[in-house]
Design a protein around this ligand. Structure first.
Ligand SMILES: [Zn+2]
Ligand SMILES: [Zn+2]
Length: 141
């Protein structure tokens, strides 16, 4: 299973739905990981997917428009305070930032890697895209 895509010379850009928050980030990028946990489903209305970069590889414009929410006591979720778009997830334990897939401009160049927290998924859909499915975490941060 490939856990890193691209290199430090690769760049992705993205924005929230209203454009108040934009960003660019340098690789390497983790494949998009889909999270089916209860918090992600409630906040997003379905499930989320996110890539991940080193924290110092992310440049945010309009950061003052971000609002923070801590669903758990070990990470901060950041979303646009104007339009509500989910943007970033930052764990306290290490200097990385996860970037929510829907905010990334196409072409992303990043594949979907695997699914986590499938034990908390909604009861109205199946996970059947052929990528690995983990009931809880993958063990790969
Ligand atoms: Zn916005
Ligand atoms: Zn989640």
């Amino acid at each position: 299973m490939k856990t890193e895509i691209g290199s430090s010379s690769d760049v992705i850009t993205g924005r929230c739905a209203c454009g108040a928050v934009t960003y660019s980030a340098n690789g390497p990028f983790r494949p998009f990981v889909a999270c089916h946990c209860d918090s992600c489903r409630r906040q997003s209305s379905h499930f989320v997917a996110a890539t991940r970069v080193a924290g110092d590889c992310l440049t945010i414009n309009g950061e003052e428009n971000l609002k923070d929410w801590r669903a758990t006591d070990d990470a901060t979720r950041r979303f646009c305070g104007m339009c509500g778009s989910l943007m970033f997830w930052a764990p306290d334990s290490k200097p990385t930032v996860s970037i929510f897939a829907g905010s990334v401009d196409k072409p992303t160049g990043i594949p979907l890697g695997w699914h986590i927290m499938a034990s908390e998924k909604g009861d109205y859909y199946e996970i059947d895209d052929g990528t690995p499915v983990y009931p809880n975490g993958s063990g790969i941060a």
